[in-house]
Write a protein that binds this ligand. Structure first.
Ligand code: KPL
Length: 329
């Protein structure tokens, strides 16, 4: 099995390094020629705690994917590890060249609204929605630090699909699949990810997991970006805590109306994530600081769109979009 990682950001480098260290051919497709040259020259330095390992990978600028034709590898996985604003028609066209018929494509974006566009751009591939809770920080073009252990859950992006065509059932850590082709290749992919030390699981319930992650991102990301604080500092201030609570309540109501399964402990989970990622600069705050476009349109903008669809109002999510867009200026 070979892996093509589209995006040389923190998560792309982390997964590429682990897969390469486990012996799988891994190619990183980057935005710039400079990063590709550096990765080809020295590989990826993967830091974790006090240890560091060097992983040999191949790399090329994504623009070169235009020249890629079908190859002989029967089993190919594309990890789409770019953020939502980078998912332009041009990028999808180039990534689509890598997703030859039957390839698995894992979509690692935060937020919602992207899966339909990706599936339309890669009609012959098996497109999977994926949710990762892994923590990683890119320290240099070819250096990544693993900052927090997390899980990777994936399941077919099509809303009515089930892993391997199975007839549904509860999501589970031991979701197994066998027999038919789809199930067989899912199991091979799962095996490869686990062999690379990635804590991966097949999900029968991936859209619920996407909403659960969206609920976290819709509160932590814009508020950390607006206040300019790390995740752990967000709940420390009583006024911020009240705003978190109100935004959480509004978002949870919208997501439940959109089909998210009820859960008693959503608020507790939010505070737990702030605590377990307390030293993190959220991805949205990092984008604001770097002068990049953020994922606000697909996070709080996505919640506002779901609210409109359900006939609900979402004043706090609407305000987050306005405020973060003002910061982007
Ligand atoms: O996913 C995240 C992000 O920063 O995008 C959280 C959960 C907020 C962790 O930083």
């Amino acid at each position: 099995m070979e892996f093509h990682i589209v995006g040389g950001g923190s998560i792309g480098l982390l997964y590429a390094a682990r897969l390469a260290l486990a012996g799988y051919p891994a190619t990183v497709w980057t935005r710039t020629e400079e990063q590709a040259a550096e990765l080809n020259r020295c590989g990826i330095r993967l830091e974790a705690g006090d240890a560091a390992r060097q992983a040999a990978v191949r790399a090329a600028p994504l623009s070169e994917a235009a020249a890629t034709g079908p190859d002989q590898c029967a089993s190919r996985t594309v990890l789409l590890a770019v953020k939502q604003p980078q998912l332009t028609p041009e990028l999808l066209g180039l990534a689509g060249r890598l997703a030859q018929p039957g390839a698995a494509v894992l979509c690692l974006q935060n937020g919602i609204g992207h899966l339909e566009r990706i599936a339309a751009a890669m009609p012959d591939a098996d497109v999977y929605a994926a949710v990762t809770t892994e923590g990683a920080r890119k320290l240099a073009p070819a250096v990544v630090r693993h900052t927090g252990a997390g899980e990777l859950w994936f399941g077919p992006a099509a809303r009515n699909a089930r892993p391997g065509g199975a007839s549904g059932g509860a999501d589970g850590r031991h979701a197994q699949a066998d027999g038919e082709n789809g199930r067989h290749s899912q199991n091979l992919l799962l095996f490869a990810l686990k062999k690379a030390g990635i804590d991966a699981y097949l999900s029968n319930d991936i859209h619920n997991r996407i909403y659960a992650k969206l609920l976290l991102n819709a509160v932590i990301n814009p508020l950390t970006a607006i206040y300019g604080v790390r995740n752990g500092a967000l709940p420390e201030d009583p006024a911020r805590l009240r705003l978190m609570l109100a935004l959480h309540k509004e978002t949870e109501e919208v997501l439940r109306a959109a089909g998210m399964a009820p859960s008693e402990d959503g608020w507790k989970r939010l505070l737990d994530v702030c605590a377990s990622t307390s030293a993190n600069v959220s991805s949205m705050l990092a984008d604001i600081r770097a002068g990049r476009r953020t994922e606000i349109d697909w996070i709080n903008g996505g919640v506002s769109a779901l609210a409109r669809k359900a006939g609900l109002s979402s004043p706090l999510n609407d305000a987050m979009v306005t405020l973060v867009k003002a910061l982007e200026q």
